[in-house]
Design a binder for this molecule. Sequence first.
Ligand code: IVH
Length: 694
Amino acid sequence: MPNPSLRTRIEELRRLLRYHNDRYYRDDAPEISDAEYDAMFRELREIEEAHPEFFDSDSPTQRVGAEPVEAFGTVLRTLPMLSLQNAFSEDELREFDARVRRLLKGRGVPESDLDRSGYVAEVKIDGLAVELTYENGIYTRGTTRGDGIRGEDITPNLRTIPDVPLAIPRKGSAGAATTSPGAVPAVPPRLLDVRGEIYMEKEEFRAMNRGRERLGEPPFANPRNAAAGSVRQLDPRVTASRRLRLWVYGTGRTEGISFSSHWEELEYLAGCGLPVNREGSRICRTIDEVLEFYRRMEAEKERLPFEIDGVVVKVNERALQGELGEVSRSPRWAIAAKFSPDRAETTVEEIAVSVGRTGTLTPVAILAPVVVRGVTVRRATLHNQDFIDDRDIRVGDRVVVQRAGDVIPEVVESMTARGKEPVRGEPFRMPDRCPICSSPVERVPGEAAHRCTGKGCVGKRKEALRHFVSKNAMDIEGMGGKIISLLVDEGLVSEPADLYALDARTLAGMERLGEKSADNLVRAVEKSRTPTLSRFLFGLGIPHVGEHLSTVLARRFGSLDALRNATVEELSEVHEIGPEVAQSVFDFFSSAEGARTVDRLLERGGIEIRPEPPREGKMAGKTFLFTGTLDIPRAKAQEMVRKAGGNVAASVSRKVDFLVAGADPGSKVSKAKEMGVRILSEQEFLEMAGTEGP
Ligand code: IVH
């Protein structure tokens, strides 16, 4: 019996999704986030799956994108551009693998066939899907995806994009040598539909929005909309004025060429001089390798010059793709593993105030737990009083929390404030007494910060100690915030030098510390007694002196004595050291407290500062580039280079000294050969770095 409330919900979801589809695909101006859209889409699909009686071929779950805009002229496809099913977690990605295996088994395909085929994992570019048609090697048509079958004709617009080749080079032709390192086709195929994504680099997007704001035009919400809005222009000159890019990831119709695998297809497209994102593609033999790639890309996505919103996973062998087939709007042989959103909504349960090592008071939102980018967030910074006032954030509000890159989570806006709720909690006021030591709080003149004025504030002291022992400072392993807090509360430690007087017996007597961990801690403290000058400096927590400037100062002055005796002028003369930093360093060493902290560390703590290791290393001045799959993680290899004084390049150029080629290396190798760059195997690289192997 049909359930009336369910029907209402289904209708509501379909209506909302249709509305937001149009905002996104037709107007290039979305009103909600991708994550919100995905959540609605998923809810609808789940209800429809559980209640087939509500099936409707017109439902947004059965369609792709939005209807094309008439003004462009419509192109009908014989081979529709499909969409992809989404996976929102690692479990769902594993389910995809299990489903593929199950389906293949059901069709009598031995499991070893899939193991041999593997998957191709590629970054999912967040842009606008297009199709380019090449007839006998000549670009003849460009279309948007539209609703999959009917696309908009944007041939002249795409012609203006430099990444779009107007002709596929032939072997031996002028264009072939420079553009296509791999398999250049001897004769271009009669017909080749190339599918890919038009996108705008983040830098270009920011520059363009700055320009628009200057002209009083509304800024684009994100690079995807900016790209889509720039391509879907009736006047191609507008498209030409925006710096758009293209990545291609597959083909549509082909005549005169066929592929046995997706990887081969990508190689071929690259050979045609089309932009294939090799750095962002990889053959994965197992789902675990896919997951590793997915995690790596999620971690690195911030560093890429363009936006990606997930990883697309495709069964590599064409024959297996054929066995798997497709359902309504998407193939069963591929899936889009979306990254968890950078933002999520939750409720502020409380606003706490924390005290930092310099005494700065930071308001922190205590939140109803929410998952952002795969991590459960319970606390998020509210920065300072002004930040809260500007956004009118209050306890009880629904707020948007964001985690960007490795940055700590922050509250970005209050939905409740935006909705202008009449009944709300009180506005937040910074306390006028320090929540830890009750000393008066003052607002730092000229800054948004409030600071505790208490000289011996325990909160400050604990934070300073935590900083002192942290990984990039003195690196006392196992000495976390909880132990520091206990040590300070028990009166065992009040300044850094006290750490060096701790013995295993005292430590073992402490709550939650066993004998073994006490021993380990003492050993870790001992190990930290001979830091380099830069680590020691960084550990002191001098305002404005971070890791990098600590190294700069250490290299320039060479010894602690020289640095302690430097004048403000001498300090300011150092490259990268501005007057503010110079004053801060000078003030620290000439203050009674700073001088005492250092003296005690040297005398009572027995600290012996090691000279700064020279910048020279085995790889000093040499530039390395990596390609293909290495046995050791690429990030590790790059770190080895940097540690040994070398540089890491992002692309082949004459500046590169060595190209390290792993398995399935791709086009860089031939490019490097052409340029006379020396090519190393992974083993040769490891030998050069002085390590045996993974
Ligand atoms: S493959 C049947 N590969 O994501 C295979 N799509 O949500 C269809 N996209 O319509 C697409 N990067 O616009 C594929 N490496 C990639 C992609 C990619 C971005 C877009 C594309 C597609 C949408 C699916």
